[in-house]
Design a protein around this ligand. Structure first.
Ligand SMILES: *[C@@H]1O[C@H](CO)[C@@H](O)[C@H](O)[C@H]1NC(C)=O
Ligand SMILES: *[C@@H]1O[C@H](CO)[C@@H](O)[C@H](O)[C@H]1NC(C)=O
Ligand SMILES: *[C@@H]1O[C@H](CO)[C@@H](O)[C@H](O)[C@H]1NC(C)=O
Ligand SMILES: *[C@@H]1O[C@H](CO)[C@@H](O)[C@H](O)[C@H]1NC(C)=O
Length: 463
């Protein structure tokens, strides 16, 4: 360890000393053969020194941040505005990227759920201080309201940031929180919804179990509430607590209009492996790890789906037209299919993908049409660890279960990929990314609405 420390602080000096030593050795052993040996020894030693330097570099990188940790513990919260230039991050300016990396090295303390309750205790104050009052929308957006179904279960401050980033006064938002969430989280969500007239809590709450029908039901609860709302939304989008928008509302509306009533989601023919998910009866069982329940496959085979439905598979994330949702809400086929799906594995990943292929549904994707893969669907940009390299640049945040939680260095890639939303984004992993996405999207919204207004004024002036 001493040598490491030594090279660590005296890297350059060491190198000079080393060269001196080599020269001395050369002087003592001048023969040719020995020279050759010495050369290889020289390179070998050089290699060892380089390796040591690399190791020590890593050690020094980490060392200086340690003492900061305790001091900063109290004042760092994701609510903080970090002194980072987001345009610099976007342009990959080394100084700004360096700053964001330094911020990430400190321990980031999550804002407590109670704190959101506190911040929303005076609604007028919250509404203005968080900039809701200054969100501007174009007439085009006003004529094309969107609905959101947010299915969340923890981290109130992150949910608040997502909501703020997708908020416009003319849209409508349903929040479904888990019945088994902490008391504090539920209070924070109620308090948040209480401050915003167009945000409400789902009238029926599920206790959501991973990969079970409850996940799908949570969205369905929001969807039926949303259908009842006075806001005549045109499209509905579902989000979870680790999604974040990559488009401003005005851009999203422009893109959705181009769908001409179609839906946007993944829908592919299932592989043999995925067919197992609905060919057998699944049962919820306790699993020892993670202290939760999971649907487990049994030996019992299932009847094929009702009404001669042909199965397709996709993801839980959707962008659906109002007409399609009305169809799902009222059709006997959809009702029977939902009932049939209750004992399948992860029905949210085949329910929507299958229904959009049913002949005659609004926005139908014909069964003969090729797969719509996750890369073709703009609903969600997910970066899988095993596709990094060939398909995507490496993840600069961290991975959970092979999925990337993005880092600030991916800002530009995220915004330019063409998807509407990203998964996973978490301010505990990289608060700078969240800050910069929020800033960029806000800026885009303001600029584009101003440009549209300006164009309208010019038209009026000059008919
Ligand atoms: C809420 O805010 C008040 C006033 O700023 C403060 O005194 C109180 O400690 C806060 N409570 C919590 C739980 O953060
Ligand atoms: C809420 O905050 C505003 C200032 O933003 C203040 O004028 C008002 O009195 C506060 N209301 C209550 C009930 O504390
Ligand atoms: C599963 O665990 C819960 C508590 O964690 C318990 O109440 C329940 O009886 C268990 N069910 C089975 C089938 O073991
Ligand atoms: C359809 O929506 C209505 C209200 O919007 C709701 O009461 C009903 O439960 C929904 N039905 C289904 C099958 O989703």
């Amino acid at each position: 360890m001493d040598t490491v420390k030594h090279t660590m602080y005296n890297g350059n000096k060491n190198h000079a000393v080393y060269l001196q030593v080599i020269m001395k050795i050369r002087y003592i052993f001048p023969s040719r053969r020995q020279k050759k040996k010495l050369v290889s020894l020289f390179f070998f030693t050089l290699f060892v020194i380089c390796a040591l330097l690399l190791v020590s570099q890593k050690v020094t990188d980490r060392v200086p941040t340690e003492p900061d940790r305790n001091e900063d513990l109290t004042d760092i919260k994701p609510l903080n505005h970090y002194d980072v230039d987001c345009n610099g991050i976007y342009e990959m300016d080394p100084v700004e990227v360096g700053k964001s990396l330094a911020i990430r090295k400190r321990i980031i303390v999550e804002e407590l759920d109670e704190s959101l309750v506190n911040r929303t205790s005076n609604c007028s104050d919250y509404f203005h201080s968080r900039g809701y009052a200054s969100v501007r929308v174009s007439n085009e957006e006003k004529a094309f309201p969107l609905a959101y179904s947010l299915v969340v279960h923890k981290s109130a401050s992150m949910v608040e940031k997502i909501l703020r980033a997708i908020y416009t006064p003319n849209n409508i938002y349903c929040i479904h929180y888990d019945r088994t969430s902490s008391e504090r989280f539920m209070r924070a969500m109620e308090s948040l919804a209480g401050c915003l007239p167009n945000v409400f809590i789902a009238s029926k709450l599920e206790s959501v179990t991973y990969a079970s029908i409850s996940r799908l039901n949570a969205d369905l609860n929001c969807l039926s509430d949303l259908l009842r709302s006075d806001v005549k939304w045109r499209y509905v989008i579902n989000l979870c607590g680790q999604d974040f928008p990559l488009r401003s509302n005005i851009e999203l509306v422009a893109d959705l209009k181009k769908l001409r009533g179609g839906n946007m989601m993944e829908t592919s023919l299932p592989s043999e492996y995925k067919q197992e998910r609905f060919s057998f009866h699944y049962e919820l069982q306790n699993v020892s790890f993670e202290n939760q329940q999971l649907p487990v496959m049994t030996e019992t085979t299932k009847e094929p789906p009702p009404h001669g439905i042909q199965m397709f598979i996709g993801s839980a994330y959707f962008v659906l037209s109002r007409e399609f949702v009305t169809y799902v809400n009222t059709s006997v086929l959809a009702r029977d299919f939902l009932a049939w799906s209750h004992d399948t594995y992860s029905p949210d990943e085949h329910f929507w993908a299958t229904l959009t292929r049913v002949p005659g549904v609004p926005g139908e994707v014909p069964r003969t049409q090729p797969d719509v893969t996750d890369l073709m669907s703009k609903t969600r940009l997910v970066k899988w660890e095993y596709l990094e390299g060939p398909l995507y640049p490496a993840c600069t945040g961290t991975h959970v279960r092979s999925v990337c939680i993005y880092g600030a260095t991916e800002l530009r890639w995220l915004l330019n990929f063409g998807s509407w939303f990203a998964n996973k984004v978490d301010d505990i992993v990289d608060p700078v990314l969240v800050q910069c996405l929020e800033e960029k999207i806000n800026q885009k919204q303001t600029e584009m609405v101003m440009a549209v207004d300006q164009a309208l004024l010019t038209e009026l002036d000059d008919p």
